[in-house]
Ligand binder design. Structure first.
Ligand SMILES: Nc1ncnc2c1ncn2[C@@H]1O[C@H](COP(=O)(O)OP(=O)(O)OP(=O)(O)O)[C@@H](O)[C@H]1O
Length: 264
């Protein structure tokens, strides 16, 4: 069960990007996120689904502080993050972490797994050197990797194991919320369910808020307690997984549901 008070809230968040391409055929601004309200609670998975370009990744970056909203507010534990000083923002950085789609690019390929996991602990000066070593091996246990994985490079393990390393790194600072942006899309179909089950299991064991982002509504259904459907920068439907699947109110949601189901 989730706690009632949201740990993370987005309030009327807008993000306008300068367009990457020239002006001839495209407007020079992209309203990537257009007035999104969202609440993330501990112990609950909120799935965000929508087609490519609807603003999911931009929203994920806002949630972890990698993208400043053009307007609106981000509230962590009841306090606005945007209006706070650098120290509060650092605490926010510890409390909300992200897992990206492709661990091959998200992890530094020249660092041993041990150093990848230790790095956030060093940066935030958590505990003594011995505490950090202990934490690093605990992190491997949490994600179901053997201790022998400590002394290898990311390229020396499989894609699924690499994503487990990325999840372990996201857990290093004991966050309240993990934002997982298409965390299984770059993986072999055969290991996707294992990684989804790991995330769901960690959410329950550690009482995390989990934000799960995917273009695939079946994958989102598999892991989510609540689902938000995004279309052109807006949330067009939100409800429990059952509500969204059994009684969709929005035409776009119906279109998504009608699309051919895919393997996890
Ligand atoms: N840094 C940026 N500069 C300019 N435009 C951007 C930037 N990031 C995203 N966009 C544009 O904003 C819109 C939303 O992109 P975003 O990546 O958030 O969507 P998405 O739903 O995550 O799609 P995808 O799954 O393809 O990444 C798109 O039109 C994209 O081209």
């Amino acid at each position: 069960m989730s706690d009632d008070a949201p740990v993370l809230e987005l309030k009327d968040v807008h993000v306008v990007h300068k367009a990457r391409t020239g002006k001839l055929f495209r407007p020079d601004r992209v309203h990537a996120v257009a007035g999104v309200d969202m609440a993330v609670r501990r112990g609950e998975t909120i799935g965000i689904v929508g087609e490519s370009g609807c603003g999911k990744s931009t929203l994920a970056k806002v949630m972890v502080g990698l993208q400043a909203p053009t307007s609106g507010d981000v509230v962590f534990d009841g306090r606005s993050v945007l209006k706070r000083n650098a120290r509060t923002r650092k605490e926010f950085g510890r409390a909300i972490s992200i897992v990206f789609q492709d661990p091959s690019t998200a992890l530094n390929g020249r660092m041993l797994v041990r150093d990848i996991l230790r790095d956030p602990l060093d940066v935030h000066q958590i505990g003594s050197p011995r505490d950090r070593e202990r934490r690093v091996s605990e992190l491997l246990d949490l994600v179901g990797l053997p201790q022998s994985a400590l002394d290898v490079l990311p390229s020396q393990v499989s894609g699924g194991q690499r994503q487990r390393v990325a999840i372990a790194r996201a857990l290093a600072l004991d966050p309240d919320v993990i934002v997982a942006d298409e965390p299984t899309s770059a993986l072999d179909v055969s290991v996707r369910a294992q990684v989804l089950n790991l995330l769901t299991d960690l959410k329950a064991r550690l009482n995390l808020g989990l934000v799960f982002i995917s273009h695939d509504i079946q994958t989102v259904r598999y892991v989510s307690d609540r689902i938000a459907v995004m279309y052109f920068g807006k949330v067009v439907e939100e409800g429990t997984a059952e509500e969204v699947f059994d009684r969709p109110t929005n035409d776009y949601t119906r279109t998504l549901l009608g699309a051919a189901p895919t393997l996890l």
